[in-house]
Design a protein around this ligand. Sequence first.
Ligand code: 5AD
Ligand code: SF4
Length: 479
Amino acid sequence: MQDKSAPSPEDAPKAGLAADETGVPRKKIFVKTYGCQMNVYDSARMVDVMAPSGYTEVDAPDEADIVILNTCHIREKAAEKVYSELGRLRELKKEKSGRGENLVIGVAGCVAQAEGEEMRRRAPAVDLVLGPQTYHRLPEYVARLANGGPGIVETEFPAEDKFESLPAPERRKTLARGATAFLTIQEGCDKFCTFCVVPYTRGAEFSRPLSRIVDEARALAEAGVREITLLGQNVNAWHGDDGSGGVATLAKLIRHLARIDGVERLRYTTSHPRDMDEELLAAHAEVPELMPYLHLPVQSGSDRILAAMNRRHDAESYLRLIERIRAARPDIALSSDFIVGFPGETEEDFEATLALVREVGFAQAYSFKYSPRPGTPAAGEEDQLPEEVKSERLARLQDLLGEQQIAFNRACAGKSMKVLFDRRGKGERQLVGRSPWLQSVHVEDAPESLFGEIVDVEIEEGYRNSLRGRLRQAEPILA
Ligand code: 5AD
Ligand code: SF4
């Protein structure tokens, strides 16, 4: 699809745009990502999908011919933030037009899905409103706009599979960035937690077929990616076509991917406690490539609130599940999401959350004040809590989670661990990597040649958000 809609080589390049040797004008795209890792993946794919039309990515809006805000609607005043960013972009569009240049402004992702037509009414500078299921059509829409077509709003959940319409894996190979990558394997959610917009903005659960995921993972590994994080709103509910008439589970997929040459590390996020099955626990015990880290949102420790949230599990079943996970993989680091101040939450309910946190001991976690999302059942509840109560509870929960995180990181001091170097640090010879437990590890005096390698590092100190270590030996060890 992207090839069909790419401007033909005969199209005259626009003023101020250089053309490459094929005659395709060289243009620039800037994508600003809000929210979750799935949006990070989607943003990268939007850049990929525009490449055949001559677009390269830039990291500031000023230089861009297209700016896309890839938005998130999960919490807070997401839409308001987007509108204020659009105010700034409108000014930029005016400035550019004064210089005879064009700027296409697009809004993608979940706010686009939720706002639809309203977005162009409130912000007429927006040319394109694109829901998360349709960004593979971006080249076609941009070509239409470039030819003077009217603004476009596309928030359908089209029957065609957007994954199938995206660039083939070989293209991803050339476009992979660095040693770690996200790979979306599943989208949407059928769980309908009463606070959550995802089932409405991302639609019903959909699993990509096993063979497509394996192809994409292979291409990433060939491009130097060593660690792949499988993404899905409900990733452990993945049940893809296994290519021989059956349905595979996430555990099977993980075992397939672990056999690919070059794939040294695997992770998956985000999971629902209800979908953690025995097979997946066995994979944690038996697949060395599956890293000892699990993000397993619990949201609350109160059974009353969990029921009101429609979470389909209680505190006790979550705790027993954690025991089984730890029995399978004793060194696993646990992470979670929490919501405080859900409608009707009492002090006692909140204390049950604190008690659950004390009992589990998390290596890290995300915690949020409940934010009513229009159209979700909980937003219509009458017993909404005052902002001060939410803030006070959030502070108490974050103190406790912070203590646990620091304790976890400090306990790493003196240990040796394998670190995948995936970023350059601030210092000249500083590299930053990831531990198996997803901590950032800063190492001084690390040669550039170790970039993208998995190396033994001795941890000297643990801080709240990172570790500091030194190389145990100069030569890379491929785990
Ligand atoms: N208010 C606050 N937090 C929310 N989350 C999802 N919806 C809401 C909401 N309405 C949190 C949940 C979820 C994470 C991605 O965001 O904790 O797991
Ligand atoms: Fe939202 Fe996750 Fe609940 Fe699905 S399982 S409705 S994505 S919180």
